[in-house]
Design a protein around this ligand. Structure first.
Ligand code: NAP
Length: 305
């Protein structure tokens, strides 16, 4: 005889299936017997086709929705702004509307790139003024506002500089380039909060449980930051990646610091988008390990025999 499912059982619908964070969530949930996770993605649920959203949610019948889907190609977004806004703003809003109609709590993932202005001389807090630069950043920033307008009870979770053993990310790129080049030249004047996606996924599940248990608690709503602890530049992340790979037997490759001006890109990047995570520590009791430790674990998994 099978036990009846507990009324408090968490049933997560994760929008996005093949993305870094979506995969990290699926992996975290696979080891957790107390929750069910449905990854909802194209073609069944396409955020740019609003008619597909509600039926997919109803079929999955979740207790809470996490939106990881986004147009994340920061440079490509400059040449396809319509696609970026269609997904990051309008698609996110359509999902939020459907969740509000179905009385489903929603955690919508956003980005540190909403901060593109001068450094405030400290980490950026949730109530600091946003200053997005570039299409990706503006589309995500307008997406936050559109989500909150459609679903005032939604939670916006800004994270940063994601890396994981899967998907396309900076750590994987550095490991590939170590095998192809005799030296690496990496931008040292952009500072952020590198985040290991599996750490974020584990924290998101805790968050989802808290929010699912107290969906009306106003302290759990609004905008939050969650990212790896400490801060670093891309140059420092590259140095860390190389050091960890060398410790695991890879050939050493020197890493040289360069400036943003030495490495022009179609989309501008913030010089300082380090996230202050004190608010989520206060309201949810959550914090992530040091980013340096996340890089070590990521490289360890990628280079495991
Ligand atoms: N990557 C970073 O460094 C970073 C930093 C800060 C914040 N973020 C935010 O974190 C979130 C997750 O990022 P990520 O790196 O995991 O992204 P990712 O690897 O690029 O994955 C994006 C996901 O979006 C889905 N998607 C694309 N178009 C879609 C559509 N029309 N309808 C439904 N789903 C669609 C893709 O699904 P399929 O291809 O499977 O259909 C994929 O699963 C995003 O909100 C991103 O803005 C990322």
């Amino acid at each position: 005889m099978t036990a009846a499912p507990s009324a408090a059982r968490l049933r997560l619908a994760v929008i996005g299936r093949s993305g870094q964070l979506a995969q990290a969530l699926a992996e975290a949930a696979a080891g957790d017997a107390t929750l069910d996770l449905a990854g909802l993605g194209r073609p069944d649920l396409d955020l740019t086709q609003p008619a597909t959203i509600r039926p997919a949610l109803q079929a999955a019948s979740p207790t809470l929705v996490i939106n990881t889907a986004a147009h994340t190609a920061v440079d490509r977004a400059e040449s396809e702004p319509d696609a970026a806004f269609a997904l990051n703003r309008d698609g996110a809003a359509a999902l939020a509307r459907a969740c509000a109609d179905l009385h489903l709590p929603l955690i919508h993932i956003s980005t540190d790139y909403v901060f593109g202005g001068p450094s405030p001389g400290r980490a950026c807090r949730e109530d600091d003024p946003v200053a997005p630069r570039g299409v990706y950043a503006r589309s995500k920033c307008e997406g936050e506002q559109a989500v909150l307008a459609a679903h005032p009870g939604a939670v916006i979770l800004r994270t940063a500089w994601l890396h994981a053993p899967f998907g396309g990310n900076f750590v994987r790129t550095m490991l590939r380039l170590m095998g192809e080049r005799d030296e690496l030249r990496v931008v040292a004047d952009q500072h952020g909060s590198p985040t290991y996606a599996p750490d974020l996924a584990a924290a998101l599940i805790v968050m989802a449980r808290r929010l699912g248990a107290a969906p009306q608690d106003p302290a759990l709503h609004g905008v939050f930051h969650l990212a790896g602890s400490g801060h670093g530049s891309w140059y420092e992340v590259a140095q860390a990646t190389v050091a960890d790979a060398v410790a695991l037997g890879r050939r050493a490759v020197p890493v040289h610091p360069i400036t943003t001006a030495d490495y022009p890109t179609p989309a501008p990047r913030p010089a300082w988008s380090v996230l202050d995570t004190a608010k989520i520590a206060r309201h949810y009791g959550l914090g992530l390990p040091l980013w340096r430790d996340g890089v070590r674990r990521c490289v360890g998994r990628l280079l495991a025999p």
